[in-house]
Design a protein around this ligand. Structure first.
Ligand code: DAH
Length: 363
C-alpha cells in the first residue's frame, strides 16, 4: 500500500489503519519462528482485530463499504505476505547462525571398528588347498554327519574290524553288536565322521578315473585332553589314475611338504597300517628346530609325523566299481591343527579354540 492510499485509509477508516500499523510492528518484531507463529495468530487469526473488523463491514453504511472492504482485504494480504517474508528471513538467520557456530572437527579421530582376523585353521586349510590346486587337484567336500558305510565299511573296515575301536566314534544312530542278528545292519549306522577319508568313497561313486581331489573339513572323535579336541580338522587327498605308484605318492608329499614348510625340509616314510591302503605308510618331516639332530620338540628323533598315506587298497575299489587291473592310486590324510602347530611352533592345541584374537593376530 503506497503512502497516498494509506493516508486516505487513515482518514476514512482510522481503526483499520491502526490495525495495519500494529500488525506490521508485531510481525516484524517477532524474534524467532515460534514468536512469529504467535504473531501470525494474533494479527491474522480468527480472533484478531483485523478479522473482527472485516466481519463488521456488512454493517457499515453502503457508501463506505467498497473502500473499507477493499482496504481490509489489501491489508490482510499484505500482512500475510509480511509473515512469509519474516519467516524466510528468520530461517535464513537460523541457518547462518548454525553454520557459524556448529562446527565439525574433521581432524578428530574416528570411531574404530575392531576388525576380526582369519582363524589360523582356516588359513592353514587354504594354504594346503592352494598347494594341491597348484598340482591340478579339485576340492571335494562331504557331510560331517556320515553313514557308517562311508566312514568304515566301504573303506575296508567291516563291522567287526578292530580298527573301528581306535576311532572313538560319536554315534548318531548306533547299530550295536548286541542286537539280534536279523536287526544288525552296521552299514546303516549314522555317526559324526571320524576322518575325511569317507569323501574318497563318495567321490569315486560319483566319478570315473582319473581322480585328483583334496578334501578338507571337520572331523569328530570322542576324546578331549591336552592334545585332543572332540572336533578337529583334516585334509584328505586321493589320486586314482593309470599307472600311479608309491613313487608318485612320495614325490607328491615331498613337493607339498617343501611348499608348506619351506625348501630345506626333508621327508621320510615308515611302514604303517590303515585298512583302506596297502601298503600303508606314515610320513615324517625333518625337525626344523634341531635340523634333524634331535631335540625336545621332535622327542630326540629328528623327525615329526605329518600324515598317514598309502596305495589305495583294491578292496576299496570293489565298493565303487573301479577296476584294480586298470587303475591304481594313492591316498593321504593329515591333521590341519597339527600342520599349523608344526609350522608356527604352537605349543598347545587349546590355543586354537580359546577365541583369543591376540593369538590369531600373530599369523
Ligand atoms: N583317515 C586316517 C586317520 O584319520 C588318516 C589317513 C591315513 C588317511 C592313510 C588316508 C590314508 O587317506 O591313506 O587316521
Amino acid at each position: 500500500m503506497d503512502d497516498a492510499q494509506l493516508q486516505e485509509l487513515k482518514q476514512r477508516a482510522p481503526g483499520l489503519a491502526a490495525i495495519y500499523h500494529t500488525g506490521r510492528e508485531t510481525i516484524t518484531h517477532a524474534a524467532d519462528l515460534a514468536a512469529l507463529e504467535q504473531a501470525r495468530v494474533q494479527v491474522l487469526g480468527r480472533k484478531s482485530a483485523l478479522t473482527e473488523f472485516l466481519r463488521s463491514i456488512p454493517g457499515l453504511p453502503a457508501e463506505e463499504r467498497p473502500l473499507v472492504g477493499r482496504g481490509g482485504n489489501v491489508i490482510r494480504k499484505e500482512l500475510e505476505e509480511l509473515v512469509e517474508a519474516r519467516e524466510a528471513e528468520l530461517k535464513r538467520a537460523a541457518l547462518s547462525d548454525s553454520l557459524a557456530h556448529e562446527r565439525i572437527d574433521v581432524t578428530l579421530p574416528g570411531q574404530s571398528f575392531p576388525a576380526g582376523h582369519e582363524h589360523l585353521i582356516s588359513r592353514t586349510m587354504r594354504e594346503v588347498e592352494d598347494i594341491f590346486i597348484g598340482l591340478g587337484y579339485q576340492i571335494a567336500e562331504g557331510p560331517e554327519v556320515e553313514l557308517d558305510y562311508y566312514n568304515f565299511t566301504a573303506l575296508n573296515t567291516p563291522p567287526s574290524h578292530p580298527a573301528r575301536s581306535a576311532h572313538d566314534t560319536f554315534w548318531v544312530v548306533e547299530q550295536r553288536e548286541t542286537m539280534p542278528e536279523a536287526v544288525v545292519d552296521a552299514d546303516r549306522g549314522v555317526l559324526l565322521r571320524t576322518h575325511t577319508s569317507p569323501v574318497q568313497v563318495r567321490v569315486m561313486e560319483q566319478q570315473r578315473p582319473p581322480v585328483y581331489i583334496l578334501s578338507p573339513g571337520k572331523v569328530y572323535r570322542r576324546d578331549s585332553d591336552a592334545t585332543h579336541t572332540p572336533m578337529f580338522h583334516q585334509a584328505e587327498g586321493l589320486v586314482v589314475d593309470e599307472g600311479v605308484t608309491l613313487a608318485d605318492l612320495k614325490g607328491t608329499v615331498a613337493h607339498f611338504t617343501r611348499e608348506f614348510f619351506g625348501p630345506d625340509r626333508d621327508i621320510r616314510v615308515r611302514p604303517h597300517f590303515f585298512p583302506f591302503t596297502e601298503p600303508s605308510i606314515e610320513v615324517d618331516v625333518s625337525c626344523e628346530l634341531c635340523g634333524g639332530k634331535g631335540c625336545r620338540s621332535c622327542k630326540y628323533s629328528g623327525w615329526l609325523e605329518i600324515m598317514g598315506a598309502g596305495m589305495v587298497d583294491p578292496a576299496v575299489y570293489s565298493f565303487v566299481d573301479y577296476d584294480p587291473e586298470k587303475v591304481s592310486g594313492f591316498a593321504f590324510g593329515m591333521g590341519v591343527e597339527r600342520m599349523a602347530m608344526l609350522k608356527h611352533g604352537i605349543p598347545d592345541l587349546r590355543l586354537f579354540y580359546d577365541n583369543d584374537v591376540r593369538f590369531l593376530r600373530q599369523f
